[in-house]
Design a protein around this ligand. Sequence first.
Ligand code: URP
Ligand code: ZN
Ligand code: ZN
Ligand code: ZN
Length: 522
Amino acid sequence: RHFQPNQLKNSLSSGFNTHLQKAFSSILIKGGTVVNADHKFRADVIIENGKISEVVRPDDKIQTARNFEKIIDATGKLVMPGGIDPHCHLELPFMGTTAVDDFDIGTKAAVAGGTTSFIDFIIPDSKGLVAGYDDWRQRADKKVHCDYTLHCAITDWNEKISKEMEEIVKRGISSFKLFTAYKGTSFYQNDERMLQIFQRCKELGAVIMVHAENGELIEFNQNRLVKQGVTGPEGHPLSRSDEIEAEATHRVITIANTINVPLYVVHVMKRAAADEIIRAKRKGFVVYAEALAAGLGVDGRNYWDEDWDKAAGFVMSPCIDEDPKTKEYEMRLLATHDLDTTATDNCTFSKQQKRMGHSCFNKIPNGCNGIEDRMSVIWNNGVEKGVLTPSDFVRVTSTNTAKIFNMYPRKGIIQSGSDADIIIFDTEATKTISAHTHHHAGDFNIFEGMKVKGLTETTLVGGRVVFEDGVVKSQPGSGQYVPREAYGYAYEKIPALDAQRRLRETPVDRSGNKPSQKSLED
Ligand code: URP
Ligand code: ZN
Ligand code: ZN
Ligand code: ZN
């Protein structure tokens, strides 16, 4: 369980070896339109040994003369970087139970929907961060059908944790997450600790991530509502006003800016919280923010459904906004770069598990699905409705996450040298989302009955065809852990901003000995 000096080296260099064994040694994807975050163009894509080796003009005669082990006809289809989901909790032990989508089933659902990488969270217990890392790697490595990497949550704060953060960075994890919600649990962190943890992240070159809701006020509201006899799932949104999310968002932005450390706000669900992100970006702060498929696809009126199981199925934190217009508002903010990424926070529980909160809404395990449907929900509500361009779609489902979490250009782009994590996307295909047909383990789907246009037809991870003809074809454990170095893209502006601040933060000389204005001008 102790850190071996060669451990990181091994994980850094293990890159493509496993892919190589299972991948076709060469694949040609021909006749499609390649979509990257900057532009789209007609091109054929050649894959060799798990990587994209060439992106060539479609009329290039050279490749037709070559022998490929597999040829995929993408005529009339889009060829895009596979989705990267920056926020998932597979098989997470949480609120007295464990999320049912494990690393096997959850990643089958991912590849079936066109997601080729995801980022899960180590949620350490009292054994510490490195033990948590070992635990997550040991459970995930043997099960994943796609590539993955990890963020690490800080759920307590002391000298040992501060030291261990460095060990975690050495293992390729350059992002740490805090919670200002879940008061009364070890997740909850106060401002004083946040300030210290943010400073430590900056020393290590890591991105700080925050689940921003005012946990103190949520607890107060929960108690008040229960006294009033509100114990059903509607108590969940009633205990979490717009301001409760917006205030915490404003606060963590203020703390991050005081330290000048890159901040990533996870799951922005309320318009008032999104407006705090806009304000911070306009001020030039290094702040990134994430929308969820849940918030872009459905609304929180469901909490008032008379069917308890259905209402409880939507319980996640922050809650999904009740206002049906918020979906479109957030989609527009993705188009304008005010929100940066789209995630799922996939953390699923069966109806039976949700019933743990039958006596009171604050005991309903928090979490919803999304990892399978994110890409189609966003294409349908974004591109089909004319809010996003296809390139915007790639930017918000893949490229921005690869950049912010330092996996770019290995991930997030179709270009020579990148991992062959590719989807062939049919913009005309439709389906009606349902728990009866989804790949998830759970018996509930928040998008139940939603008809989406735009589906992933084929998914490749590291050059392996993992989803084709409606069937997941990969083996558990075929995905790779992707280590990520510190001081990446998110840190590019930080040194200049620090220098600007130092320049301004100089004392005024009032000694009377300063050179006169005249001599300065000379
Ligand atoms: O309700 C949610 N989001 N469950 C997962 C844990 C978290 O807060 O991200
Ligand atoms: Zn959260
Ligand atoms: Zn504010
Ligand atoms: Zn989460």
